[in-house]
Design a protein around this ligand. Structure first.
Ligand code: ADP
Ligand code: MG
Ligand code: ZN
Length: 491
């Protein structure tokens, strides 16, 4: 018997999806792209507006230099070629949140082209092409009271009107919902590293439109695509694409035709709905914006911007594996945000055993942060604290179990590791050095061979003594102090 599931699997085997993504990212400039109004999110509606961003007749746009620099920086991070000259264009359409009746965007001469992102896919690393990256202004926001069930009133907030955006258009190189998810994850990570956007999807600073079609395996021409708009999480985009692929295959298999249209995703139902037939480029009557000069990013400016480019996640992962002897998996987790990676490196540099620090961050810190809904920047345990705790475990001063307990206390009390370690009965360091010195003297007397090795230049032997002292003091001694005393006595 052929079940519905079987025939769906069979249908899937005959078709392949083709996906291209258009991503809008708001830039973190202080002021808007063509006027000096604030871009701040969450201010009372229609308070950050002026004649320019309200679209009043006769008001003239002035390009924000910072917006250009941020866009160029993002383009460089995405391996794009930055065009020396690009042209702003008017994209004409009517919508209540667009009072000018057109959006200033770029059309046939965009800021940057021909980039790519490397993603992990089933067949290994895959390059997803980036067709173009251009600058444009955001529109205002329509607020629907009672949305989505019973809209009674719609109001317009124009604070967002004129916030700078970059639009990043991918080639139709993405072959599955999983790859789309991966592409978006990598894209967001790269943009976050450059610092040009906070990529906060809830606040709409990163928005994605997903284009998808299916075609029989082996067919060269693309099928007709639909565009799923306004999906507000990467997971929902993956789900929406999976639903849409299924829907298109069923439609074609039952003799129907996919119509080119814009669709909306209802996350509660897991379904997409047709919203409107898709505009074609010629519907927009694009023409060069007469109120703005061509944008010129010359050699000098562009090399200044290139200097601001940070080490990007992929390169950083590769370097961290080498520098700290950690696994690729470790590096993946530890570079998931720039802040985490920065902090990890700070700790790893000062710790005896970077690999242990990597393990502690992943096994002890991240889970506790997640449980409390905290970001790494809000962690009660600083990376210095993690490094210190790692050293204590390393020299045998505390056990793994004790470390876990101490971490729990840190989170309960909202205090850093060294503080809690002291609170939990570590002796005052200063008054205790004489006792420590006595222990060290005894150890030196009892281990002449190690002393000889040390004095012959094998400095790592100091670790042996430090470990012994920590054990003798039942972990109560301050490893820093012990380190110094041991070095002094041996030297
Ligand atoms: P439109 O003018 O309809 O917006 P574009 O050519 O600008 O179309 O492409 C928009 C996005 O759709 C791009 O990311 C592109 O890669 C993707 N795309 C184009 N054709 C298809 C197709 N047949 N199936 C899936 N995606 C497509
Ligand atoms: Mg388009
Ligand atoms: Zn303004």
């Amino acid at each position: 018997m052929v079940t519905a599931a079987d025939s769906s699997v069979a249908a899937h085997a005959r078709y392949e999806p083709v996906i291209g993504l258009e991503v809008h990212v708001q830039l973190l400039t202080v002021t808007k792209i063509f006027c000096s109004c604030s871009t701040r999110f969450g201010d009372p509606p229609n308070t950050n507006v002026c004649p320019v961003c309200l679209g009043l007749p006769g008001a003239l746009p002035v390009l924000n230099r910072k917006a250009v620099e941020f866009a160029v920086l993002a383009a460089m991070a995405l391996n794009c070629r930055v065009n020396e000259t690009s042209i702003f264009a008017r994209k004409n359409y009517f919508y209540p949140d667009l009072p000018k009746g057109y959006q200033i965007s770029q059309y046939d001469r965009p800021l940057a082209e021909h980039g790519w992102i490397d993603i992990d896919s089933e067949g290994g690393t895959k390059k997803i092409g980036i067709t173009r990256l251009h600058l444009e202004e955001d529109a205002g926001k329509s607020l629907h009271e009672g949305f989505p069930d019973a809209v009674e009133k719609t109001a317009i907030d124009l604070n967002r009107s004129g916030v700078p955006l970059i639009e990043i258009v991918s080639e139709p190189d993405i072959a599955s919902p999983g790859e789309a998810y991966e592409y978006l994850t990598r894209l967001k990570e790269i943009i976050l590293y450059t610092g040009v956007s906070d990529c906060n999807m809830e606040e709409g600073s990163l928005r994605c439109d997903a284009n998808v079609s299916v075609r029989p395996h082996g067919q060269k021409e693309f099928g007709t695509k639909t565009e799923v708009k306004n999906v507000n999480s990467f997971r929902f985009i993956r789900e929406a694409l999976a639903y849409e692929i299924e829907r298109q295959i069923e439609l074609i298999d039952s003799g129907g035709k996919v119509t080119q249209e814009t669709r909306l995703y209802n996350a509660n139902e897991g379904k997409t709905y047709g919203m409107r037939s898709k505009e074609q480029a010629h519907d927009y009557r694009y023409f060069p914006e007469p109120d703005l000069l061509p944008l010129v990013v010359d050699e000098k400016w562009s090399s200044q911007i290139r200097k601001l480019l940070p080490e990007l996640p992929e390169a950083r992962r590769e370097r961290m594996v080498v520098d700290y002897g950690i696994t690729e998996k470790d590096a993946q987790v530890l570079t998931s945000s720039k802040a985490l990676a920065d902090q990890f490196e700070e700790a790893a540099k000062s710790a005896k055993n970077p690999k242990r620090v990597a393990n502690l961050v992943q096994s002890e810190l991240i889970g506790r942060l997640k449980a409390k809904g905290l970001e790494i920047e809000q962690s009660p345990i600083s990376m210095k604290g993690v490094a210190q705790s790692s050293d204590l475990v390393d020299v045998g001063a505390i056990s793994g179990k004790m470390l876990k307990d101490l971490y729990d206390l840190c989170f309960q009390r909202g205090k850093d590791f060294p503080v809690v370690y002291d609170e939990e009965g570590r002796p005052q360091q200063s008054s205790d050095t004489s006792a420590l010195e006595k222990i060290i003297d005894e150890l030196i007397a009892a281990n002449p061979r190690q002393v000889e090795q040390y004095r012959a230049g094998k400095k790592t032997v100091a670790g042996f003594f430090v470990g012994q002292v920590m054990k003798a003091s039942k972990g109560q001694a301050n490893p820093q102090v012990v380190n110094e005393l041991v070095a002094k006595k041996l030297g």
